[in-house]
Design a protein around this ligand. Structure first.
Ligand code: AP5
Ligand code: MG
Length: 224
């Protein structure tokens, strides 16, 4: 089987990060999440981080040229040579074009774009209850996926916190930005025969099982 090059696509709160954690465990792929990279840059107080903060706090997209530069550099790292799982990138047609050109130039192909469908009201509810672990970014939900010990991560014990951009007003803007700028990518990847859609309203385990089944079928087709 050739390398597994995957994209997770979906609205804020559709479950990209949750599925990414499960899939990276299954396949040992590097999880490359633009949001996580930008938040780490903010924490570090780097120039990139300070610039990104202005956009992220409002729920707007960080400019394409900045994000594209960061991701293309990351994809050139050793651990991403045999496969990757992108989460939150691409988010515009422009970003998708840049990624496609980069992969083509290295004779690499996308395996599939895994799209998670979830309605706006559901994702607003999910995001308002989301808690993230301070140390490694493990994701929980106060009602839907609570940690065993309130306020603490099951995996590393660190404190759980809320993301700065998870205020309802900001989430509404993130959703609007998603519908206008990112949703057109569904048609873009559909035309290229890469889109696989999943019902993101199901439980994390059910979504995960369906994604695994789809990937298994794709692998079988490739072997035939
Ligand atoms: P980013 O960090 O990518 O945020 P996002 O796309 O808004 O998505 P989220 O991380 O909020 O949601 P998710 O789909 O990962 O859901 P999760 O699994 O956590 O981006 C943040 C910002 O960075 C952007 O606004 C932008 O400013 C900037 N940025 C990033 N990428 C960029 C790019 N390419 N270009 C320009 N700017 C960029 O789940 C949410 C909650 O629901 C959790 O509590 C979870 O436990 C729960 N949950 C998940 N799945 C289920 C389920 N199936 N059932 C029940 N509960 C569930
Ligand atoms: Mg996420």
């Amino acid at each position: 089987m050739s390398e597994l090059n995957l994209i997770l696509l979906g609205a804020p709160g559709a479950g990209k990060g949750t599925q990414a954690a499960l899939l990276t465990e299954d396949f040992g792929l590097p999880h490359i999440a633009t949001g996580d990279i930008l938040r780490a840059a903010r924490e570090a107080g780097s120039e990139l981080g300070l610039m990104a903060k202005q956009y992220m706090d409002k729920g707007d997209l960080v400019p394409d040229e900045v994000v594209v530069g960061v991701i293309l550099e990351r994809l050139a790292d050793d651990d991403a040579r045999d496969g990757f799982l992108l989460d939150g990138f691409p988010r515009t047609i422009e970003q998708a074009g840049a990624l496609g050109r980069q992969l083509d130039s290295h004779d690499r192909r996308l395996t599939a774009v895994l799209a998670l469908d979830a309605p706006d009201e559901l994702v607003v509810k999910r995001i308002s209850g989301r808690r993230i672990c301070r140390k490694e970014g493990h994701v929980y939900h106060v009602d839907l996926d609570p940690p065993k010990h309130e306020g603490h991560c099951d995996i590393d014990g660190s404190e759980l916190e809320q993301r700065d951009d998870d205020l309802e007003q900001t989430v509404r803007n993130r959703l609007e930005v998603y519908h206008t700028q990112t949703e057109p990518l569904m048609a873009y990847y559909e035309e290229r025969g890469l889109l696989r859609r999943f019902d993101g309203t199901r439980s994390p385990t059910q979504v995960h099982e369906r994604i695994r089944a789809t990937l298994a079928t794709l692998r079988l087709e490739e072997d035939l």
